[in-house]
Design a protein around this ligand. Structure first.
Ligand code: GAL
Length: 838
């Protein structure tokens, strides 16, 4: 019988990288080791019961590598001194940095999520337009490879457990090794992936995890960042356990009772064949258990898996909706020999979805017009590495505008975005990266569906965006059919669409359940008439371009006026697209491109502009004027928004275009107390006047039923006098992850926002927190996102401040030359941090 004790390992030279090897292991699936020190044959049953999911975000080391020079790439691809290449023999993969005693002093300490591209300086070079003029890609070998290294200890008691690493997203094409052994490669920067490390981990010793990311190739035509920009987890389970994303919950509601159908995939990754059963219990939004069920015990052969299905009735269910996002929780318990060996939690919602070709989309039986935005995933200050708190911040900003739907263009989002949408009530069109029916393509799509199918917010799958090479062709239809088959198999509860920008009625149109229209070059009415049984929606519209606080196009500086006027050839104003969609009940609604500005695609200007202007909010989440157009026609509250600002020295007597976004009935306008005029409001449109400029106060009075309901003023302000700090939340969790957005407003002596102020603001934090990024929404700013200094742009800038694990008062101060500084105090409340790997 094979003796595989540590001595053997030493002979191969592997031990140096494996570190201290605690005793022998039983070889699962092989002969039982005769080593007395090894765990007994019943290890599967005696392994620690509870599942542990440990955050592996903290304490990494990072170093840039090199895409062309092996010597600057930690020997990667350097075969001069090695008899075999990197993939020659198991155990020598990325060998130097895999060694336990590798000198990491030159490697920077970083915590995840981390995006190294946001740290790079801007560069005005050809080919960098899409990536926001950051030097990343094949032409930039010195800044396109990133190495991450993390050591972690495992207790000897982990022997006998199944151990795996889960990566939520790494940009991109990464190679992963543990203890010098190649684990695998993941291509797409947006798909989650995992590796089982049970056979390679050193229990009772230190493990070396290495990730080499290669961002020389892009997937998008927008800023993508690079690195381990989402969470990493170390998961420990008993051999018998629920598979990753192993629960599938669907709900049906009839006669005031919901039937919750649960399919649970249980794996037995051990030699024993124990009888096991699944117990499911459902807790309502208040945490009360409202339904339970248990399967009969079933013997599960070693190294096999099976699905257990159950149906649980829930009486008088509290339905998940955009207004009342009620969440239930399924707790799955796997029992072996009467003892619980695994417990797995699945939040879910009870709600019904339906599309109708003539009436659009129905949630819980009621028509809901999709008032949506498309969004990329980067944000000011942090690039693509958003703390979870920022996901929620962004969703709150969109909800505040009256938006109820989010398209994750053009890639699988991070799971925490969907958590925020579940919690806050935002429907999601969950989008795949690229259409493909290859093994790799279907694997990416299946990971998206299996990970996301229990989120009540997800209302449909988008298989891709503007696949113009195939969308009108038969092969496009065949690819789409393969993807739709997969979607139906993994999730029978949702329909499939594709964001088509042409070829409607051909190719993919015959396959997708919902016809998506990107922009509306086609005659949508004619399409509906010719395809009376197919539901339709505007998967992408608008692409209106505007810069916050700017009221004339300025090509030299790369700014666009914030009136709802500018759009590229294929696009439209907010008013044009929304009034068109709103007037057609057969359309389920649409998704404006975009909710937030994002880096890259600066349209129509290029350098010095580095961000897009498509956002209704800028990169920081500050509202542009169009925000109020949408809020007026999407939201439920009365709106009266008057613009532009009223600081126009030198323009005295000249006519200024004055606009109002309002959903009231009539608006009357005054300048310095003199009536300018009054206009009735027409649905889905704005009001406009030309007003000769005189400093002072411009005032709009909005009325309903003859009564003034709201008044809005624009006053000519004085010079900047002080900084006013406004945190988005005043209490955050001292859990090392939570973060607060601290907005700085430059105000005059009377406390009015100075709409043209560009003071240079310096942030300082005292107490348990640190600045992780700054921004101002200026699409042409080349200031560093990482740092503590930022100019105000049209009166505003912000810092993102992250908590440590210490509770206490966090004092954020902002100062600028010549004005009084300001301070915000945020309470960091004691909170249980998520369990993290040591
Ligand atoms: C669309 C595309 C988006 C973005 C947009 C800009 O065609 O789907 O990703 O490029 O144009 O208007």
């Amino acid at each position: 019988m094979r003796d595989w004790t540590r001595r053997d390992v030493m002979k191969t030279g592997l031990a140096a990288s494996l570190g201290a090897w605690a005793g022998s292991k039983r070889i699962p699936g092989g002969p039982v080791a005769e080593d007395a020190a090894g765990p007994p044959a019943s290890a599967a049953l005696e392994a620690p019961a509870a599942r542990e999911r440990l955050l592996l975000d903290f304490g990494w080391r990072f170093h840039l590598g090199h895409a062309r020079d092996p010597l600057r790439d930690f020997g990667f691809g350097d075969t001069r001194d090695q008899q075999f290449g990197m993939f020659g023999k198991t155990g020598e993969f990325m060998f130097a940095p895999s060694k336990l005693d590798f000198d990491v002093r030159e490697w920077r300490e970083v915590d995840l999520p981390h995006d190294w591209v946001v740290e790079l300086p801007f560069e005005n070079a050809e080919g960098l337009y899409n990536q926001g003029f950051k030097p990343v890609g094949r032409g930039y070998p010195a800044t396109s490879i990133g190495w991450y290294r993390r050591t972690f200890d495992l207790p000897a008691s982990d022997l006998g457990r199944r151990l795996s690493l889960e990566f939520d997203g790494v940009f991109r094409d990464c190679l992963v090794a543990i203890n010098g052994v190649y684990l695998g490669r993941n291509l797409s920067g947006y798909s989650p992936f995992s590796f089982d490390i049970t056979d390679l981990a050193s229990c009772g010793g230190t493990n070396v995890l290495l990730v080499r990311c290669d961002a020389t190739e892009h997937e998008g035509w927008f800023y993508e960042g690079a690195g381990i920009y989402r969470h990493v987890w170390l998961v420990k389970t008993a051999p018998v356990h629920v598979a990753q994303w192993g629960t599938c919950v669907t709900t049906a509601v009839q006669g005031g009772v919901a039937t919750v159908s649960v399919a649970t995939q249980v794996e037995n990754e051990g030699d024993d064949a124990p009888a096991c059963r699944v117990r499911s219990s459902i807790a309502d939004p208040a945490g009360r258990v409202v339904a339970t069920a248990a399967t009969a015990p079933v013997r599960l052969a070693g190294w096999s898996g099976r699905a257990f299905t159950q149906q649980l009735p829930v009486k008088a269910p509290e339905l998940w909706s955009v207004e009342t996002p009620r969440l239930y929780r399924l707790t799955t318990s796997v029992e072996v020999g009467g003892a619980e060996v695994d417990r797995y939690e699945t939040p879910f919602g009870i709600r019904t979805l339906r599309f109708d070709p003539d009436q659009g989309f129905f949630l819980n039986g009621a028509r809901v017009e999709l008032k949506g935005t498309c969004n990329h995933q980067d944000h000011a200050g942090v690039g693509s590495a958003l703390p979870d708190a920022l996901q929620a911040y962004r969703v709150r900003r969109l909800k505040d505008m009256g938006s109820n739907a989010y398209r994750t263009s053009h890639n699988p989002p991070t799971a925490e975005l969907l958590d925020a949408c579940d919690r806050l009530g935002m429907l999601v069109l969950d989008e795949n990266r690229m259409m493909s029916s290859s093994d790799e393509g279907l694997s990416q799509f299946s990971r998206l569906i299996r990970r996301d199918r229990n989120h009540p917010c997800v209302f449909a799958w988008s298989i891709g965006n503007e696949e113009w090479f195939v969308q009108g062709a038969e092969r496009g239809a065949l690819i789409a059919a393969a993807m739709k088959r997969l979607a139906r198999r993994l999730d029978p509860s949702r329909l499939v669409t594709e964001a088509m920008n042409g070829d409607w009625g051909k190719g993919l149109s015959d396959v997708v359940d919902i016809q998506g229209f990107n922009y509306f070059a086609s005659d949508i009415d004619a399409y509906h008439r010719d395809h009376p049984r197919q539901p339709t929606m505007g998967t992408e519209t608008a692409s209106t371009v505007s810069t916050r606080g700017v009221y004339a196009n300025d090509p030299a500086r790369g700014y666009l006026s914030a009136y709802d006027l500018n759009f590229p050839r294929w696009a439209a104003t907010a008013e044009r697209w929304w009034s068109y969609f709103d007037a057609r009940p057969f359309l389920a609604g649409g998704f404006a491109w975009t909710g937030f500005d994002y880096r890259g695609e600066p349209t129509p200007y290029q350098w010095p502009c580095i961000s897009s202007h498509f956002g209704i909010l800028d990169t920081c989440g500050f509202a542009k004027d169009n925000f109020y157009y949408y809020r007026a026609w999407w939201g439920a509250e009365p709106v009266l928004h008057l613009f532009p600002h009223w600081n126009w020295p030198g323009k005295e007597g000249q006519e200024i275009d004055v606009w109002v976004h309002s959903n009231l009935e009539r608006v009357e306008l005054f300048l310095n107390g003199t009536r300018i005029g009054a206009q009735d409001v027409r649905r889905d449109t704005h009001l406009a006047w030309k007003v000769p400029y005189a400093p002072g106060t411009l005032e709009a009075r909005g009325s309903r039923g003859g009564q003034v309901v709201l008044t809005a003023r624009r006053e000519t302000t004085g010079a900047p006098a002080r900084l006013l700090l406004v945190p988005d939340r005043t209490t955050i969790s001292a859990d090392r992850e939570d973060a607060v957005v601290v907005e700085v407003r430059v105000v005059d002596a009377a406390g009015r926002l100075v709409p043209v102020a560009d003071d240079e603001v310096t942030f300082q934090v005292s107490g348990p927190g640190k600045v992780i990024g700054v921004g101002n929404g200026d699409p042409s700013s080349h200031e560093a996102d990482k740092g503590t200094v930022r100019r105000a742009f049209n009166g505003l800038c912000m810092a993102i401040v992250q908590a440590t694990k210490d509770p206490g008062a966090l004092h954020v101060t902002a100062t600028a030359p010549g004005v009084a500084g300001g301070e915000a105090v945020v309470t960091c409340q004691a909170a249980a941090a998520r369990p993290a790997a040591g």
